[in-house]
Design a protein around this ligand. Structure first.
Ligand SMILES: [Zn+2]
Length: 461
């Protein structure tokens, strides 16, 4: 038994705790509570101290496209004039780079490593090629790869359904979006996903152009027609149309459906999402880059929905970072409590991916997938602690490894090793403020057998 002790615990499923303890055995959380109580219950247990740290559950990235990582120049461009214009840019960039599979995989591998480095422990990846499945063995967390199908024309949808029959049961498959994938194809994909117990992510209500297409046409229809992707079989919904209503009409909304983006939805559609048990994933960084708007987060929360957070891809987001996505949400939705934003990045993501029995919160029975976020100083109040997690550029983060005594697992951030040996005291993690030549203002130092293993510095920005 090991007890992790920190000045702050953020269990997510229960209120934050000052001077908290987490008892862990064989990789499973046994108890979470005030350190004094936990210590009293397991007097013989080894205690690992995490000074200056907030312990919280591992982060979940509920929507990414790793295979677009080599197109990162797109995500750094100014917002496109319209959403179809961005798709046009994406298709052009993709066809230009399509031949180079090795480059694509290498960029995807780097993006995934960076996700791991910031404390992402599960990631839902949408892939057209399915190639990113190859990266799973190099990722310490759970990489869920969904092979994405699309096709709006009757003939292309029928061909896609035939291809779908050839997929192995282990391969989760999904549809792209209502504006690109015919109802018949989506129903086939959804029926298969339900039969196999897979989550069904789908881009939903990302742009105003999408809603216009579903209602009557607009620039998206012209875009599809120009590319011979439109055969007139699509039935517009009329003035009351909406992407969530469209999914509902076609029987695609249930508790395993994950609606990604949900920017352009109305209150009735939020109620439909809540009633169906469908999950929602927000991608604020991508939405901002593409200039498509902001989702009605406060209203989603009021209806009892706890959205997940996704980074989307480097082709529509300058940075893949769940910490940054949290900061953007905090900035764009000041009325939303910061603790809800942390809950979205952890428990919301776990629920969206069907992993909430194991991940997403610090509570007895769940896996001890715990992050230690080191802060420069211990925040005096709960409110300040959570605000700093969601509003500052955080920090030094490490995933704890119970079996190795807390620090020899993953060293998530690896700035140059530069630290004072006098900090060495057995195997431990020290949160220290210091000013070293490398410019770090604060650091966490990992020590094993009196030797500094890593100095994990960070600079507040
Ligand atoms: Zn996406």
């Amino acid at each position: 038994m090991i007890i992790h002790r920190a000045p702050w615990l953020l269990p997510v499923s229960s209120p934050p705790l000052a001077d908290g303890g987490i008892a862990v055995q064989a990789g499973i959380i046994v108890a979470v509570g005030p350190f004094r109580d936990i210590r009293r219950s397991w007097l013989g247990a080894q205690v690992i101290e995490h000074p200056n740290c907030v312990l919280l559950p591992g982060l979940i990235n509920a929507h990414a496209h790793l295979e677009l990582s080599h197109l990162s120049q797109l995500g750094r461009q100014p917002a496109p004039p319209s959403f179809p214009a961005w798709i046009e840019r994406l298709l052009a960039a993709r066809s230009h780079a399509a031949a180079d599979e090795a480059t694509m995989l290498q960029a995807a591998r780097q993006a995934l490593a960076a996700q791991q480095a910031e404390g992402v422990v599960a990631l839902a990846d949408i892939s057209n090629s399915g190639l990113t499945s190859q990266l799973a063995s190099g990722f310490d967390g759970r990489l869920l790869v969904f092979k994405e199908y699309l096709g709006l024309r009757k003939d292309s949808a029928a061909a896609a359904l035939r291809r779908l029959e050839q997929e192995s049961d282990e391969q989760a498959c999904t549809g792209h979006a209502p504006y690109s994938t015919s109802p018949a194809l989506l129903r086939g994909l959804k029926a298969r996903a339900n039969q196999l117990g897979h989550v069904f992510p789908i881009h939903t209500a990302e742009s105003a152009a999408e809603i216009e297409l579903l209602r009557s046409g607009g620039p998206f229809r012209a875009f599809l027609e120009e590319r011979n992707l439109w055969d007139g079989s699509f039935q517009p919904m009329g003035d009351q149309g909406g992407a969530v209503r469209w999914l509902h009409q076609h029987g695609l909304l249930d508790s395993h459906t994950l609606c990604v983006h949900c920017v352009h939805i109305d209150t009735e559609e939020i109620a439909l999402l809540a009633a169906s048990g469908a999950k929602v994933c927000l991608c604020p960084g991508s939405n901002r880059s593409l200039g498509v708007g902001k989702p009605p987060l406060a209203s989603l929360l009021r209806h009892g929905l706890l959205p997940a957070i996704g980074t989307d891809s480097l082709a529509s987001n300058p940075e893949l970072s769940i910490w940054r996505e949290m900061r953007l949400l905090a900035e764009e939705h000041p009325s939303v409590p910061p603790e809800s934003i942390v809950a979205m990045a952890t428990l919301g993501g776990a629920a969206a991916l069907g992993l909430d029995k194991r991940l997403g919160s610090l509570e007895a029975g769940k896996e001890a997938v715990i992050l230690a976020a080191a802060l420069e100083k211990v925040p005096p109040t709960t409110a300040e602690m959570i605000e700093r997690l969601t509003q500052e550029r955080i920090p030094c983060v490490q995933q704890l490894d119970e079996a190795c005594g807390g620090m020899q697992g993953r060293k998530l951030f690896r700035p140059p090793l530069r630290s004072s040996r006098r900090l060495s005291q057995r195997n431990r993690c020290c949160g220290v403020p210091y000013a070293a030549g490398n410019g770090h203002q604060s650091a966490v130092v990992a020590v094993k057998n009196d030797r500094v293993q890593a100095c994990l510095g960070y600079q507040r920005q």
